[in-house]
Each structure stands twice: as C-alpha cells, then as structure tokens.
Design a protein around this ligand. Structure first.
Ligand code: NI
Length: 248
C-alpha cells in the first residue's frame, strides 16, 4: 500500500491494526554511462512497494535525494549534505510518529546513505529522550539495504561474480531495467570492468572513476535478471519487517 494513494481515513483505519511503516530511501546520482540517475531511489521504491504487498505494509513516500556528495563531479547528481539528510529523516519519522506509527523499516538503495541514516536514528532517539523522557514513544527504527538478504547476494554472485562491482552495479542496473524497460540505455563501456579504488571527494572520484562506475560491468544487466533479483530480495525484507512488528 502506497501511502500517497490512500486517503486519510484509510490511514486512520490502517493504524487501528498496525503501527508499522516502510520508508524507501535512495539517491539521485550518476550511475555510469548507462545507469539511470534515479537508480538508487527507483530500486528502493520498486522493491519496497513489493515488500509492502507481501507484508501488508504501508509504504511511505520515497526519500529520493540522499547523500551523494562524492558523485557531484557528474552532471545530474543532486545531493543533500549529511546534516540536511538527518533533518529530512527526522521530520519524516516524527511526522509519521505523531500519527501513531512506531515501527519503521527503511529500505535503502544507496550505501553512501547508511552512516547518515544511522546518525539520524540516534538524533531522533536523543531528541525524544531529552524532550519527552519516559513519555517518549517507543520508536523502533531499522534500516536494511535492498540487497542485504543472503538470497539476493547469492544471485548477484551467480549472475555476475566480481563483475557486479561496487557502484553502478550490474545488479542495481538490472533492477532498473526490470522496473523501467523503456529506459534501457547503451553506451560503450571502456574498460568493460571499471576500476575499483578508494577516493576522497567528488573530484578525486571522477579522476579515479572517469565514467562513474566502480568495479562493475553493467552491460551484463538484463530485465530478466532484474525480475529475479527483485523476487530474491523481497522475502528477506518482508521477514525483517514482520520481525520488527513482532519485537517485544
Ligand atoms: Ni546505486
């Protein structure tokens, strides 16, 4: 259930039976010469909606711009600074918590968001403790990357081995090709497998990874792979959501 397609009375009646909500979070950043700028947000949202169907969960609006500072040397990338993203996450959680939501599963599509998401969770807990003390709502905030389940990791390894890479991965490009088959792009990839190297800031990133990819060969990605990766990702995320609801 997509929150944006419900009416307020429908959310009110959902809250009679559940206090759980899923929040997709991604990024709008370069994904190599053939990857969509929205890859991380589109993967998180597409998979979160399927998890919502599987688990009967409400899915909040996607936080579609994340912490992508290191990708800023490529046109089209949009970033929030970490401190802004903390505030965005805090305001989304506090809005939903005000209505009665207590158990939050963030389904994340961008590894670079993780430290900031975790910082945001502690900011929320610290603020609740400081302002509400023992009366603070018992919020449970959890984040999982869509690729965290063992099944989806195994499938990525089986399909691509080490050519899956670390950024603009074959797996994530395959998921967008399944979700948006009308937006498949082709371009020469040279070298076929991109270099893998650490970087400091956005200029250094572009110097070391001139076409934006890190360690990946997204030419291997097909829509059919994407459908399989989505099907492999959903059960672990739905199980994590159910255990979050059942947690004492
Ligand atoms: Ni990505």
């Amino acid at each position: 259930m997509r929150l944006q397609l419900l009416s307020w009375p429908e959310v009110e009646s959902y809250l009679q039976r559940s206090r759980g909500v899923i929040v997709p979070i991604g990024s709008t950043e370069q994904h190599g010469p053939t990857g969509l700028l929205g890859t991380d947000a589109l993967c998180a949202e597409g998979i979160a909606l399927r998890v919502g169907e599987e688990a009967g969960a409400l899915v909040a609006p996607t936080i579609g711009v994340g912490m992508a500072e290191h990708h800023m040397a490529f046109p089209g990338t949009v970033t929030l600074r970490p401190s802004t993203l903390v505030l965005v996450i805090r305001d989304v959680v506090q809005s939903l918590a005000w209505h009665g939501f207590e158990r939050f599963l963030f389904i994340n599509g961008h590894g670079g968001n993780l430290p900031t998401i975790k910082a945001a969770f502690y900011e929320i807990h610290a603020e609740a403790r400081a302002t509400r003390g023992a009366a603070a709502p018992d919020l449970r905030l959890k984040v999982m990357n869509w690729w965290d389940g063992q099944e989806v990791r195994n499938l990525g390894r089986e399909l691509y081995g080490s050519r899956d890479g670390a950024h603009a991965t074959a797996s994530e490009i395959a998921v967008t090709r399944a979700l948006f088959p009308d937006h498949i792009k082709t371009a020469p990839l040279d070298p076929p497998v991109a270099p893998s190297a650490a970087f400091h800031d956005s200029r250094h990133f572009r110097a070391r990874h001139p076409d934006g990819r890190m360690g990946s060969d997204p030419s291997l990605a097909t829509p059919e792979h994407g459908h399989r990766l989505i099907a492999a990702a959903v059960p672990a995320l739905a199980a994590a959501y159910r255990s979050l609801l059942q947690e004492p």
